[in-house]
Write a protein that binds this ligand. Structure first.
Ligand SMILES: C[S@@+](CC[C@H](N)C(=O)[O-])C[C@H]1O[C@@H](n2cnc3c(N)ncnc32)[C@H](O)[C@@H]1O
Length: 243
C-alpha cells in the first residue's frame, strides 16, 4: 500500500472546502486543456488549493478571489511553500466587486452561489472569459425533483442535473465534461466542516455558546444523515461557448 500518497491526500484535502477531491481536480485540469500558457481565475477560491494543484501539475498562472482573509493568508503561505507564488496567488476581496480587464482561459466558481442563480453566475463569470475559454462550475444539485421541505429550508431550492443542463444550453454553452461526487467525497466535506466547529467549540467558555455550537453540529450531521445523503449531490461542470 502506498501509505505516503494516502497521507498526502488527507493533507491536501484539508485545504479543500468542497466535495471535489484533489485527484478529481487534477483530472478536471486535463479536460480544461490546462498547460503552462493558460491563465485561470477562481472566484470564491477558499485556500486557492485548486490553483496551487493546477500550477504544480500543469504550470498554469492564475489568481484566486476569496472573501475570508484567514483562507487567503493560509492559502498564500501554502502556495509559497511550494514555490509557486510567482504563478498563483489568492487575493482577499469580495468577488462581486472584483474588477479586472484581463480575460482568462478558464474562469471557475465552485461551492458558492455568488450571484443567486446558475444563470446569473454564468453571466458574471463570462465577463472575465476569453471568447474561446472554458467555465468550470462546481455546484450542489438535487437528485430528484421533489425533495423534503426540511432540505429546501436548509439548502434553498437547487437545480436537478437536467435543469443544470438546460440552463447551460440556454446560456449558449455546451457541456464538455462533468463529474458528480460519491458518499466518500461528501463525508470528507461534512466531517471537515464539523471538525472546524468542534475546534471552535473547544475554545468556548460560555456554556450557552457551547450548547448552541453543539446543537449546530448535531443539526449539520443529521441534515446529512437524513436528507442530504439521499437527495443531494455535488457536481463539477466544464462548459464552453457554442460558436
Ligand atoms: C464552499 S467554499 C468553496 C471554496 C473553494 N472553491 C473550494 O472548492 O475548495 C466557498 C468559499 O467562497 C467564499 N466566498 C463566499 N462569498 C464570497 C464573495 N462574495 N467573494 C469571495 N469569496 C466568497 C467563502 O469564504 C468560502 O471560502
Amino acid at each position: 500500500m502506498d501509505y505516503k500518497s494516502i497521507i498526502d491526500n488527507c493533507i491536501v484535502s484539508n485545504q479543500l472546502i468542497s466535495m471535489t477531491p484533489s485527484e478529481k481536480i487534477v483530472e478536471l485540469g486535463y479536460y480544461l486543456d490546462l498547460n503552462m500558457e493558460k491563465t485561470v481565475i477562481d472566484f470564491c477560491c477558499g485556500y486557492g488549493e485548486m490553483l496551487r494543484l493546477w500550477s504544480d501539475a500543469y504550470g498554469i498562472s492564475g489568481i484566486g478571489i476569496e472573501l475570508f482573509n484567514e483562507f487567503a493568508i493560509k492559502g498564500n503561505e501554502r502556495i509559497k511553500e511550494f514555490s509557486l507564488d510567482s504563478h498563483v496567488k489568492v487575493v482577499n476581496t469580495d468577488a462581486k466587486n472584483y474588477k479586472d480587464d484581463t480575460q482568462y482561459d478558464v474562469v471557475c466558481l465552485s461551492g458558492e452561489n455568488l450571484c443567486g442563480s446558475l444563470k446569473e453566475n454564468i453571466v458574471f463569470m463570462e465577463r472575465f472569459l476569453k471568447p474561446d475559454g472554458k467555465l468550470l462550475i462546481g455546484t450542489p444539485y438535487f437528485i430528484e425533483k421533489n425533495v423534503p421541505n426540511e432540505l429546501i429550508e436548509f439548502e434553498g431550492q437547487l437545480n436537478t442535473l437536467t435543469e443544470i443542463y438546460d440552463i447551460i444550453r440556454t446560456q449558449g454553452y455546451n457541456l464538455v465534461y462533468f463529474s458528480t461526487g460519491n458518499h466518500h467525497e461528501w463525508e470528507r466535506y461534512i466531517s471537515w466542516s464539523a471538525r472546524r466547529d468542534l475546534e471552535s467549540m473547544k475554545l468556548l467558555e460560555d456554556p450557552t455558546e457551547m450548547s448552541k455550537k453543539q446543537e449546530w453540529i448535531d443539526y449539520w450531521y443529521k441534515m446529512y444523515f437524513e436528507y442530504r445523503r439521499r437527495y443531494e449531490a455535488w457536481g463539477m461542470f466544464v462548459i464552453e461557448k457554442v460558436k
